[in-house]
Design a protein around this ligand. Structure first.
Ligand SMILES: [Zn+2]
Length: 317
């Protein structure tokens, strides 16, 4: 009996050990496959689809071969004239323009005509003022007017209305006061450094622009004096006269050519030097064009209003 009891106890211990050995031990292993890299897909945790809503934003990818096309701005002209397209450009002070933008089309042909024919220049010398600076209107205009003279304002349409330059109304005021208005190209480029198509635009487009403003002209002042035979042929197909600015020279009497020479002032030019040119022009009965840029402003092309008054007095005395 004693052995029986011991046997039973031993049997119970064996059973307990066996049961303990059969307890599942893989319960922890079920979750271990969360370790990255497990190939057992059945053990991966279930992903819950996100409930957030996404908005797709389409961003075009530029094509490498794509070339930027300038977007022409709209230039508002007086109410009686058609709206013309011209480039809006960042104004770069003369003489370092950086714009190379070229509109894709020429301005439309104007439909209106000038309301008043400008009076002929009353002085024996032609006064040219290039680029359309505001000082042409505020300083040169009253000085010449005091002495019964008119001048020629050579306009760059893309400069018009910008700070330091004349407005459309000021240009028209000069024109209706008897001044001649000339073209000085659309954007003041070096005409020898641009394509022939662009030359056509600069030369012909500026004429169309001025006509659209209500101004008639047959005069073109070559920007930077940058020209060659081909360019002059283009200019002279649009205008009767094409003014160059170097070397300083008087146009011979009777010369009937499109190319017009001139004598240009810079800040170092003296009144006496211009007086000598005037004397020589009178002596040979030649046509003298005196060229100016800024009046009473900074820069190598500046000339003072006092100097201008002196030379005008000398010519008209
Ligand atoms: Zn110029």
């Amino acid at each position: 009996m004693k052995y029986n009891v011991l046997f039973v106890i031993l049997a119970l211990l064996l059973c307990a050990t066996a049961v303990a050995a059969q307890k599942p031990t893989y319960g922890h292993f079920v979750y271990l496959p969360m370790v990255v890299g497990s190939s057992n897909t059945t053990l991966r945790p279930t992903l819950v689809a996100p409930t957030a809503t996404y908005t797709e934003i389409f961003v075009p990818i530029p094509t490498p071969s794509m070339t930027p096309t300038p977007t022409p701005g709209t230039a508002i002209l007086p109410t009686s004239t058609p709206t013309l397209l011209m480039p809006i450009e960042t104004l770069t002070p003369i003489p370092t323009p950086t714009s190379t933008a070229m509109p894709t089309s020429m301005p439309p042909s104007p439909t209106n005509t000038p309301t008043q024919t400008p009076q002929p220049i009353s002085c024996p010398v032609q006064f040219d003022f290039d680029d359309g600076y505001e000082s042409t209107y505020t300083l040169a205009f009253p000085i010449l007017n005091r002495h019964g003279c008119t001048g020629t304002a050579n306009i760059v349409p893309s400069f018009v209305g910008k700070s330091g330059f004349m407005t459309r109304d000021q240009i028209l005021t000069l024109y209706h006061a008897g001044w001649a208005i000339g073209s000085h190209s659309m954007t003041h480029p070096y005409l020898t450094k641009i394509t022939s198509e662009r030359v056509e635009y600069e030369v012909g487009g500026s004429l169309a622009w001025l006509n659209g403003l209500g101004v008639e002209t047959n005069y073109f002042a070559v920007p930077y004096n940058s020209y060659n035979n081909n360019i002059m042929a283009v200019i002279c197909s649009y205008y009767d006269r094409a003014r160059i600015s170097w070397p300083n020279e008087i146009n011979q009497a009777g010369a009937d050519t499109c190319i017009r020479k001139s004598v240009f002032t810079i800040s170092s030019t003296t009144v006496e030097e211009l007086e000598a040119w005037v004397d020589q022009a009178i002596e040979i009965e030649g046509e003298l064009i005196l060229g100016f840029h800024r009046i009473d402003e900074s820069g190598v092309y500046n000339w003072s209003s006092g100097q201008l008054e002196e030379i005008v007095e000398y010519i008209t005395k």
